[in-house]
Design a protein around this ligand. Structure first.
Ligand SMILES: [Zn+2]
Length: 428
Protein backbone atom coordinates (compact mmCIF):
# COMPACT_ATOMS: atom_id res chain seq x y z
CA UNK A 1 0.00 0.00 0.00
CA UNK A 2 1.28 3.50 -0.72
CA UNK A 3 0.63 6.17 1.85
CA UNK A 4 0.01 9.89 1.58
CA UNK A 5 1.84 10.66 4.80
CA UNK A 6 4.04 8.82 7.28
CA UNK A 7 5.21 10.35 10.55
CA UNK A 8 8.23 8.46 11.91
CA UNK A 9 9.42 8.13 15.50
CA UNK A 10 6.50 9.75 17.32
CA UNK A 11 5.66 9.70 20.99
CA UNK A 12 1.92 9.28 21.59
CA UNK A 13 -0.14 10.84 24.42
CA UNK A 14 -0.54 7.38 26.03
CA UNK A 15 3.24 7.14 26.43
CA UNK A 16 4.09 4.84 23.49
CA UNK A 17 7.46 5.81 21.97
CA UNK A 18 9.18 5.24 18.66
CA UNK A 19 5.90 4.81 16.81
CA UNK A 20 5.28 5.43 13.10
CA UNK A 21 1.88 6.66 11.86
CA UNK A 22 0.87 5.94 8.27
CA UNK A 23 -2.04 7.76 6.59
CA UNK A 24 -3.92 7.20 3.33
CA UNK A 25 -7.34 8.17 1.99
CA UNK A 26 -7.78 10.63 4.84
CA UNK A 27 -7.51 7.97 7.53
CA UNK A 28 -4.89 6.50 9.79
CA UNK A 29 -3.98 3.13 8.26
CA UNK A 30 -1.30 1.92 10.64
CA UNK A 31 0.27 2.87 13.97
CA UNK A 32 3.34 0.73 14.63
CA UNK A 33 7.10 0.88 14.93
CA UNK A 34 9.26 0.39 11.85
CA UNK A 35 6.87 1.17 8.97
CA UNK A 36 9.14 1.15 5.89
CA UNK A 37 6.64 1.87 3.08
CA UNK A 38 6.95 4.87 0.76
CA UNK A 39 4.73 7.92 1.22
CA UNK A 40 3.96 11.17 -0.56
CA UNK A 41 5.29 13.02 2.45
CA UNK A 42 7.48 11.77 5.27
CA UNK A 43 7.99 13.63 8.55
CA UNK A 44 10.56 12.66 11.16
CA UNK A 45 9.04 13.50 14.55
CA UNK A 46 12.38 12.83 16.24
CA UNK A 47 10.68 11.37 19.32
CA UNK A 48 8.34 14.33 19.76
CA UNK A 49 4.67 14.15 20.72
CA UNK A 50 2.00 13.52 18.10
CA UNK A 51 -1.49 14.13 19.48
CA UNK A 52 -4.98 14.07 18.05
CA UNK A 53 -5.97 17.69 17.31
CA UNK A 54 -7.04 20.09 20.04
CA UNK A 55 -10.77 20.43 20.63
CA UNK A 56 -12.41 23.51 22.14
CA UNK A 57 -15.56 22.41 23.98
CA UNK A 58 -16.84 25.96 24.57
CA UNK A 59 -16.38 29.05 22.44
CA UNK A 60 -18.16 32.15 21.08
CA UNK A 61 -17.28 32.59 17.44
CA UNK A 62 -19.87 35.33 16.87
CA UNK A 63 -18.20 37.77 19.27
CA UNK A 64 -14.54 36.83 18.81
CA UNK A 65 -12.04 39.49 17.69
CA UNK A 66 -14.53 42.28 18.42
CA UNK A 67 -12.49 43.69 21.31
CA UNK A 68 -13.07 47.44 21.70
CA UNK A 69 -16.30 47.47 19.67
CA UNK A 70 -18.05 49.68 20.56
CA UNK A 71 -16.01 50.14 23.76
CA UNK A 72 -14.01 48.19 26.35
CA UNK A 73 -15.43 46.35 29.37
CA UNK A 74 -14.56 48.69 32.27
CA UNK A 75 -15.70 46.58 35.23
CA UNK A 76 -14.43 43.28 33.82
CA UNK A 77 -17.66 41.55 34.89
CA UNK A 78 -19.80 39.03 33.03
CA UNK A 79 -22.78 41.36 33.30
CA UNK A 80 -21.00 44.35 31.72
CA UNK A 81 -19.78 41.97 29.01
CA UNK A 82 -23.37 40.93 28.26
CA UNK A 83 -24.47 44.59 28.24
CA UNK A 84 -21.61 45.54 25.94
CA UNK A 85 -22.44 42.71 23.55
CA UNK A 86 -26.03 44.01 23.61
CA UNK A 87 -24.72 47.40 22.42
CA UNK A 88 -22.67 45.80 19.66
CA UNK A 89 -25.35 43.39 18.40
CA UNK A 90 -27.58 45.86 16.53
CA UNK A 91 -24.57 47.17 14.59
CA UNK A 92 -23.30 43.73 13.48
CA UNK A 93 -23.26 42.84 9.82
CA UNK A 94 -23.20 39.30 8.51
CA UNK A 95 -20.05 40.07 6.52
CA UNK A 96 -18.18 41.36 9.58
CA UNK A 97 -19.14 38.35 11.70
CA UNK A 98 -18.09 35.95 8.92
CA UNK A 99 -14.79 37.73 8.40
CA UNK A 100 -13.86 37.78 12.09
CA UNK A 101 -14.90 34.13 12.55
CA UNK A 102 -12.86 33.02 9.53
CA UNK A 103 -9.82 34.94 10.80
CA UNK A 104 -10.20 33.18 14.13
CA UNK A 105 -10.43 29.81 12.36
CA UNK A 106 -7.12 30.56 10.58
CA UNK A 107 -5.56 31.10 13.99
CA UNK A 108 -7.18 27.93 15.30
CA UNK A 109 -5.71 25.84 12.47
CA UNK A 110 -2.27 27.34 13.15
CA UNK A 111 -2.64 26.13 16.76
CA UNK A 112 -3.78 22.62 15.83
CA UNK A 113 -7.31 23.37 17.05
CA UNK A 114 -9.47 21.45 14.55
CA UNK A 115 -12.80 21.09 16.36
CA UNK A 116 -14.76 23.88 18.05
CA UNK A 117 -18.14 23.95 19.75
CA UNK A 118 -19.30 27.54 19.39
CA UNK A 119 -22.35 29.07 20.99
CA UNK A 120 -24.22 31.50 18.75
CA UNK A 121 -26.51 34.15 20.17
CA UNK A 122 -30.11 33.65 18.96
CA UNK A 123 -31.62 36.69 20.70
CA UNK A 124 -31.18 39.04 17.73
CA UNK A 125 -34.44 38.59 15.78
CA UNK A 126 -32.51 38.95 12.51
CA UNK A 127 -30.56 35.78 13.44
CA UNK A 128 -27.72 37.40 11.59
CA UNK A 129 -24.99 35.72 13.65
CA UNK A 130 -26.69 32.36 13.10
CA UNK A 131 -26.68 32.87 9.34
CA UNK A 132 -23.07 34.02 9.47
CA UNK A 133 -21.80 31.08 11.51
CA UNK A 134 -23.76 28.54 9.43
CA UNK A 135 -21.91 29.98 6.44
CA UNK A 136 -18.60 29.74 8.31
CA UNK A 137 -19.36 26.13 9.37
CA UNK A 138 -19.65 25.14 5.70
CA UNK A 139 -16.64 27.16 4.64
CA UNK A 140 -14.26 25.67 7.23
CA UNK A 141 -15.67 22.12 7.08
CA UNK A 142 -12.61 20.76 5.18
CA UNK A 143 -10.32 21.78 8.05
CA UNK A 144 -12.39 22.41 11.20
CA UNK A 145 -15.33 20.54 12.72
CA UNK A 146 -17.49 23.45 13.86
CA UNK A 147 -20.47 22.60 16.03
CA UNK A 148 -22.99 25.37 16.77
CA UNK A 149 -25.10 25.81 19.92
CA UNK A 150 -28.31 27.89 19.87
CA UNK A 151 -27.58 30.21 22.78
CA UNK A 152 -30.29 32.54 24.13
CA UNK A 153 -27.80 35.05 25.57
CA UNK A 154 -30.47 37.41 26.97
CA UNK A 155 -32.50 34.59 28.54
CA UNK A 156 -34.77 31.96 26.98
CA UNK A 157 -37.78 33.18 29.00
CA UNK A 158 -36.49 36.66 29.85
CA UNK A 159 -35.91 37.97 26.31
CA UNK A 160 -39.02 38.52 24.19
CA UNK A 161 -38.95 36.28 21.14
CA UNK A 162 -35.98 34.21 22.32
CA UNK A 163 -37.95 30.96 22.47
CA UNK A 164 -39.21 31.31 18.91
CA UNK A 165 -35.79 32.46 17.66
CA UNK A 166 -34.12 29.45 19.25
CA UNK A 167 -36.47 27.07 17.44
CA UNK A 168 -35.87 28.96 14.17
CA UNK A 169 -32.11 28.66 14.64
CA UNK A 170 -32.45 24.90 15.18
CA UNK A 171 -34.64 24.68 12.05
CA UNK A 172 -31.88 26.46 10.14
CA UNK A 173 -29.39 23.75 11.13
CA UNK A 174 -27.81 24.79 14.42
CA UNK A 175 -26.63 21.57 16.06
CA UNK A 176 -27.07 21.86 19.84
CA UNK A 177 -29.62 23.35 22.28
CA UNK A 178 -28.16 26.01 24.60
CA UNK A 179 -29.47 27.94 27.60
CA UNK A 180 -28.56 30.38 30.36
CA UNK A 181 -30.78 29.55 33.37
CA UNK A 182 -28.88 31.74 35.86
CA UNK A 183 -29.66 34.82 33.74
CA UNK A 184 -33.43 34.29 33.83
CA UNK A 185 -35.29 36.63 36.19
CA UNK A 186 -35.97 34.13 38.98
CA UNK A 187 -34.68 30.74 40.14
CA UNK A 188 -38.09 29.33 39.15
CA UNK A 189 -37.78 30.74 35.63
CA UNK A 190 -34.26 29.35 35.41
CA UNK A 191 -35.48 25.85 36.28
CA UNK A 192 -38.41 26.24 33.90
CA UNK A 193 -36.03 27.21 31.07
CA UNK A 194 -33.91 24.11 31.72
CA UNK A 195 -37.00 21.88 31.53
CA UNK A 196 -38.28 23.53 28.33
CA UNK A 197 -34.89 23.41 26.60
CA UNK A 198 -34.24 19.76 27.53
CA UNK A 199 -37.70 18.90 26.17
CA UNK A 200 -36.79 20.57 22.86
CA UNK A 201 -33.56 18.56 22.70
CA UNK A 202 -35.40 15.32 23.47
CA UNK A 203 -38.06 16.05 20.84
CA UNK A 204 -35.48 16.93 18.17
CA UNK A 205 -32.89 14.31 19.12
CA UNK A 206 -30.21 16.94 19.80
CA UNK A 207 -27.45 17.47 22.34
CA UNK A 208 -27.68 20.11 25.10
CA UNK A 209 -24.98 22.49 26.32
CA UNK A 210 -26.06 25.22 28.70
CA UNK A 211 -24.22 28.08 30.26
CA UNK A 212 -25.17 26.92 33.73
CA UNK A 213 -24.74 28.66 37.07
CA UNK A 214 -22.06 31.02 35.79
CA UNK A 215 -21.98 33.07 38.99
CA UNK A 216 -20.52 33.14 42.49
CA UNK A 217 -23.97 32.52 44.00
CA UNK A 218 -23.82 29.22 45.93
CA UNK A 219 -27.61 28.97 45.66
CA UNK A 220 -27.54 28.91 41.86
CA UNK A 221 -28.35 25.21 41.48
CA UNK A 222 -29.66 24.85 37.94
CA UNK A 223 -27.17 22.05 37.31
CA UNK A 224 -29.34 19.94 39.63
CA UNK A 225 -32.38 20.48 37.39
CA UNK A 226 -30.26 19.91 34.27
CA UNK A 227 -29.03 16.57 35.63
CA UNK A 228 -32.51 15.51 36.77
CA UNK A 229 -34.06 16.39 33.38
CA UNK A 230 -31.24 14.55 31.61
CA UNK A 231 -32.12 11.46 33.62
CA UNK A 232 -35.88 11.86 33.22
CA UNK A 233 -35.72 12.33 29.44
CA UNK A 234 -33.02 9.71 28.81
CA UNK A 235 -30.48 12.22 27.49
CA UNK A 236 -27.41 10.65 29.18
CA UNK A 237 -24.18 11.33 27.29
CA UNK A 238 -25.76 14.15 25.26
CA UNK A 239 -25.82 16.92 27.88
CA UNK A 240 -23.12 19.27 29.16
CA UNK A 241 -23.16 21.97 31.80
CA UNK A 242 -20.79 24.79 30.89
CA UNK A 243 -19.03 26.94 33.51
CA UNK A 244 -20.79 25.62 36.68
CA UNK A 245 -18.85 28.26 38.61
CA UNK A 246 -21.42 28.44 41.42
CA UNK A 247 -20.22 24.95 42.42
CA UNK A 248 -17.00 26.62 43.54
CA UNK A 249 -18.95 28.46 46.24
CA UNK A 250 -21.52 25.80 47.14
CA UNK A 251 -21.86 24.13 50.49
CA UNK A 252 -19.80 20.93 50.61
CA UNK A 253 -22.66 18.78 51.86
CA UNK A 254 -24.87 19.85 48.97
CA UNK A 255 -22.06 19.12 46.48
CA UNK A 256 -21.62 15.65 47.97
CA UNK A 257 -25.20 14.95 46.79
CA UNK A 258 -24.87 16.80 43.49
CA UNK A 259 -21.74 15.06 42.16
CA UNK A 260 -23.22 11.53 42.14
CA UNK A 261 -26.41 12.88 40.56
CA UNK A 262 -24.38 14.42 37.71
CA UNK A 263 -22.35 11.24 37.25
CA UNK A 264 -25.42 8.98 37.27
CA UNK A 265 -27.29 11.29 34.90
CA UNK A 266 -24.39 11.25 32.42
CA UNK A 267 -23.99 15.04 32.35
CA UNK A 268 -20.56 16.33 31.33
CA UNK A 269 -18.90 19.45 32.73
CA UNK A 270 -17.05 22.13 30.78
CA UNK A 271 -14.89 24.57 32.74
CA UNK A 272 -13.48 27.68 31.10
CA UNK A 273 -10.42 28.42 33.24
CA UNK A 274 -9.22 31.65 31.58
CA UNK A 275 -12.67 33.21 31.80
CA UNK A 276 -13.71 31.77 35.17
CA UNK A 277 -10.58 33.08 36.91
CA UNK A 278 -11.10 36.57 35.47
CA UNK A 279 -14.91 37.01 35.53
CA UNK A 280 -15.76 35.33 38.84
CA UNK A 281 -14.95 36.69 42.27
CA UNK A 282 -15.35 40.27 41.01
CA UNK A 283 -17.62 41.21 43.90
CA UNK A 284 -15.23 39.77 46.50
CA UNK A 285 -12.74 41.85 48.45
CA UNK A 286 -10.24 39.39 49.99
CA UNK A 287 -10.00 36.46 49.95
CA UNK A 288 -11.12 36.38 46.30
CA UNK A 289 -12.72 33.19 45.07
CA UNK A 290 -11.25 31.52 41.98
CA UNK A 291 -14.63 30.69 40.51
CA UNK A 292 -13.63 27.64 38.49
CA UNK A 293 -15.88 24.64 39.12
CA UNK A 294 -14.64 21.69 41.19
CA UNK A 295 -12.71 19.94 38.43
CA UNK A 296 -10.76 17.33 40.48
CA UNK A 297 -13.89 16.39 42.44
CA UNK A 298 -16.02 16.11 39.29
CA UNK A 299 -13.38 13.82 37.78
CA UNK A 300 -13.25 11.76 40.96
CA UNK A 301 -17.02 11.32 40.82
CA UNK A 302 -16.77 9.97 37.26
CA UNK A 303 -18.00 13.04 35.37
CA UNK A 304 -16.39 13.74 31.98
CA UNK A 305 -14.67 17.14 32.26
CA UNK A 306 -13.31 19.28 29.43
CA UNK A 307 -11.89 22.80 29.23
CA UNK A 308 -13.03 25.52 26.83
CA UNK A 309 -11.42 28.77 25.70
CA UNK A 310 -14.83 30.54 25.78
CA UNK A 311 -13.67 33.96 24.58
CA UNK A 312 -10.83 35.53 22.59
CA UNK A 313 -10.55 39.31 22.33
CA UNK A 314 -14.22 40.12 22.84
CA UNK A 315 -16.46 41.91 25.39
CA UNK A 316 -15.63 39.32 28.06
CA UNK A 317 -11.91 38.65 27.60
CA UNK A 318 -9.20 40.89 26.10
CA UNK A 319 -6.56 38.19 25.53
CA UNK A 320 -6.27 34.68 24.06
CA UNK A 321 -5.00 33.16 20.85
CA UNK A 322 -6.80 29.88 20.07
CA UNK A 323 -4.14 28.08 22.10
CA UNK A 324 -5.79 25.22 23.98
CA UNK A 325 -2.49 24.53 25.76
CA UNK A 326 -2.81 28.01 27.27
CA UNK A 327 -6.29 26.99 28.46
CA UNK A 328 -4.96 23.69 29.89
CA UNK A 329 -2.11 25.57 31.58
CA UNK A 330 -4.53 27.92 33.35
CA UNK A 331 -6.91 25.08 34.27
CA UNK A 332 -4.02 23.15 35.79
CA UNK A 333 -3.06 26.12 37.96
CA UNK A 334 -6.53 27.20 39.06
CA UNK A 335 -7.46 23.59 39.92
CA UNK A 336 -4.05 23.00 41.57
CA UNK A 337 -3.68 19.83 39.51
CA UNK A 338 0.09 19.55 39.67
CA UNK A 339 0.37 15.79 40.17
CA UNK A 340 1.64 13.94 37.08
CA UNK A 341 -1.80 12.38 36.73
CA UNK A 342 -3.54 15.74 37.18
CA UNK A 343 -1.36 17.48 34.58
CA UNK A 344 -1.91 14.60 32.19
CA UNK A 345 -5.67 15.01 32.66
CA UNK A 346 -5.42 18.68 31.70
CA UNK A 347 -4.14 17.60 28.28
CA UNK A 348 -7.12 15.23 27.90
CA UNK A 349 -9.44 18.10 28.87
CA UNK A 350 -8.51 19.92 25.64
CA UNK A 351 -8.32 16.82 23.44
CA UNK A 352 -10.07 13.47 24.06
CA UNK A 353 -12.54 14.55 26.77
CA UNK A 354 -13.68 17.53 24.72
CA UNK A 355 -14.01 15.28 21.65
CA UNK A 356 -16.20 12.90 23.65
CA UNK A 357 -18.49 15.74 24.75
CA UNK A 358 -18.82 16.98 21.16
CA UNK A 359 -19.55 13.41 20.05
CA UNK A 360 -16.78 13.56 17.42
CA UNK A 361 -16.71 10.34 15.42
CA UNK A 362 -13.44 8.63 14.47
CA UNK A 363 -11.33 10.97 16.57
CA UNK A 364 -8.02 9.62 17.87
CA UNK A 365 -4.79 7.99 16.78
CA UNK A 366 -6.00 4.44 16.11
CA UNK A 367 -6.14 2.83 12.66
CA UNK A 368 -9.45 3.79 11.03
CA UNK A 369 -9.63 7.21 12.69
CA UNK A 370 -9.51 10.38 10.62
CA UNK A 371 -5.90 11.25 9.83
CA UNK A 372 -6.05 14.43 11.92
CA UNK A 373 -3.13 15.16 14.26
CA UNK A 374 -0.66 17.67 15.59
CA UNK A 375 3.11 17.28 15.88
CA UNK A 376 4.21 19.27 18.92
CA UNK A 377 7.70 20.42 19.86
CA UNK A 378 7.42 18.59 23.18
CA UNK A 379 8.43 15.21 24.59
CA UNK A 380 5.03 14.38 26.13
CA UNK A 381 1.66 15.94 27.06
CA UNK A 382 2.93 17.47 30.31
CA UNK A 383 5.84 19.08 28.47
CA UNK A 384 3.39 20.33 25.85
CA UNK A 385 1.47 22.18 28.58
CA UNK A 386 4.63 23.48 30.27
CA UNK A 387 5.91 24.91 26.99
CA UNK A 388 2.59 25.77 25.32
CA UNK A 389 4.60 23.92 22.68
CA UNK A 390 5.01 25.01 19.08
CA UNK A 391 2.78 23.18 16.60
CA UNK A 392 5.44 21.95 14.19
CA UNK A 393 2.87 20.37 11.86
CA UNK A 394 -0.93 20.25 11.81
CA UNK A 395 -2.46 17.43 9.77
CA UNK A 396 -6.05 17.19 8.54
CA UNK A 397 -7.24 14.09 6.67
CA UNK A 398 -3.64 13.11 5.98
CA UNK A 399 -2.52 16.48 4.58
CA UNK A 400 -0.26 18.97 6.35
CA UNK A 401 -2.33 22.18 6.57
CA UNK A 402 -0.12 24.28 8.88
CA UNK A 403 3.53 24.34 9.91
CA UNK A 404 5.46 26.38 12.46
CA UNK A 405 9.17 26.45 13.27
CA UNK A 406 10.41 25.36 16.69
CA UNK A 407 11.08 28.18 19.14
CA UNK A 408 14.82 28.72 19.36
CA UNK A 409 16.65 31.68 20.81
CA UNK A 410 20.22 32.64 19.93
CA UNK A 411 22.21 33.63 23.00
CA UNK A 412 25.03 36.15 23.04
CA UNK A 413 26.64 35.34 26.39
CA UNK A 414 30.35 34.70 26.93
CA UNK A 415 31.05 31.13 27.98
CA UNK A 416 27.45 30.01 27.61
CA UNK A 417 25.73 27.97 24.85
CA UNK A 418 25.03 29.75 21.55
CA UNK A 419 21.33 28.87 21.59
CA UNK A 420 18.47 27.94 23.89
CA UNK A 421 15.64 25.62 22.88
CA UNK A 422 12.90 25.56 25.52
CA UNK A 423 11.92 22.02 24.58
CA UNK A 424 15.46 20.91 25.39
CA UNK A 425 14.81 21.53 29.08
CA UNK A 426 12.48 18.50 29.41
CA UNK A 427 13.18 16.48 32.54
CA UNK A 428 14.99 13.19 31.72
ZN1 LIG B 1 -19.69 30.98 27.02
Amino acid sequence: MSFDLIIHDACLPDGQRGVDIACAQGRIQAVAPGITAAAGRVIDAGGRLVSPPFVDAHFHLDSTLSLGLPRLNQSGTLLEGIALWGELKPTLTREAVVERALRYCDLAVAQGLLAIRSHVDVCDPRLLAVEALLEVRECVRPWIDLQLVAFPQDGYLRAPGAAANLERALDMGVDVVGGIPHFERTMADGAESVRALCAIAARRGLMVDMHCDESDDPHSRHIETLAAETQRLGLAGRVAGSHLTSMHSMDNYYVSKLLPLMAEAGVAAIANPLINITLQGRHDTYPKRRGMTRVPELRQAGVTVAFGHDCVMDPWYPLGGADMLDVAHMGLHVGMMTSREGMRFCFDAVTTNAARILGLAEYGLSPGCHADMVLLDAADPIEAIRLRAARLAVVRRGTVIAESPPRHTRLHLPGRPAAVAQAGYAPP
